[in-house]
Design a protein around this ligand. Structure first.
Ligand code: NAD
Length: 258
């Protein structure tokens, strides 16, 4: 019988290599920082990787482009000689009801938020299969389950992330690859900052947004990163196919962020 790996409590990801998509900003940047603090070597894949000084390697990758994703994974394998952990976090938003967006926009958002996960996972799987501690975390959203008004396309994409996570968990269980999702509530990131900045009175809008959260404040990117780090770590060795809400209780209370 293979002995259980010895896990350091201070550096539970020591010796492992992680890829974080969308890791140059917001939640992805916090995840990259946290995984490094836990001992992993971290490669960030991002459209704009310039700001990713918190990474060991920053690669310009568009998750909507298969050649770009394959080249990014090949660069990680070349640089570190292995790939153990994958965080499929890159995502974009979309506003409006089901009629608000034409086909091209539906295809674009689904291509990044859903097919981007399939594409990056497909490229990474040959390496993950060789890892003794392989794990994937996909970033979904409270929008997947909340019935959020004026977010039809975004909600559909994040619901698909949850279904895909379950299917991947089942498919790769016997290969020793765990697959989980994280479900953030409204998190304090540049994305939300941009939305607030577009309001007439950004400060008042922020106060109103905070007041709508069950715990009276936005979720921090670091809190989401902590959940991801746990799901990736050997401490979650018996956990696969779950989605972990980091939403201040919004899902528990059946509330919506808007
Ligand atoms: P953000 O805009 O701050 O960061 C997203 C990053 O993804 C950016 O660096 C961007 O360049 C990158 N990116 C976008 N498209 C890409 C592509 N095609 N290829 C590679 N990189 C790409 O956003 P955030 O708030 O940190 O969101 C990160 C994830 O968390 C997204 O999947 C989002 O849907 C999800 N999420 C965010 C919130 C929130 O309130 N902020 C809540 C729930 C879920």
């Amino acid at each position: 019988m293979t002995p259980a790996p010895v896990v350091s409590s201070t550096a539970p990801l020591e010796g492992l290599v992680a890829v974080v998509t969308g890791g140059a900003s917001g939640i992805g940047a916090a995840i990259a920082e946290r995984l490094r603090a836990d001992g992993a070597k971290v490669a960030v894949f991002d459209l704009r990787p310039d700001g990713a000084e918190h990474a060991d390697l920053a690669v310009a990758v568009d998750v909507a482009d298969d050649d770009s994703v394959r080249a990014g994974v090949a660069e990680v394998a070349e640089h570190f000689g292995r790939l153990d952990l994958l965080v499929n976090n890159a995502g974009i938003g979309a506003q409006g009801d089901v009629a608000a967006n034409e086909d091209a926009e539906w295809h674009r958002v689904l291509d990044i938020n859903v097919v981007g996960i399939a594409r990056t996972s497909r490229a990474a799987l040959p390496y993950l299969r060789r890892s003794p501690a392989a794990a994937i975390v996909n970033t979904s959203s409270i929008a997947a389950t909340a019935g959020l008004p004026q977010r039809a396309l975004y909600s559909a994409s994040k619901g698909a992330v949850l279904s895909l996570t379950l299917a991947m968990a089942a498919d790769h269980l016997r290969e020793g690859i765990r697959v989980n999702a994280v479900n953030p509530g409204t998190a304090d990131t540049p994305w939300v900052g941009r939305l607030l900045d577009s309001a007439e009175d950004p400060a008042a809008e922020r106060a109103a947004l905070e007041a709508r959260q069950p715990h009276g404040r936005l979720v921090s990117a670091a809190e989401v990163a902590d959940a991801v780090a746990y799901l990736l770590s050997p401490r979650a060795g018996s956990t696969t196919g779950v989605s972990l809400a980091v939403d201040g209780g919004m899902q528990a209370l059946r509330l919506r962020p808007a």
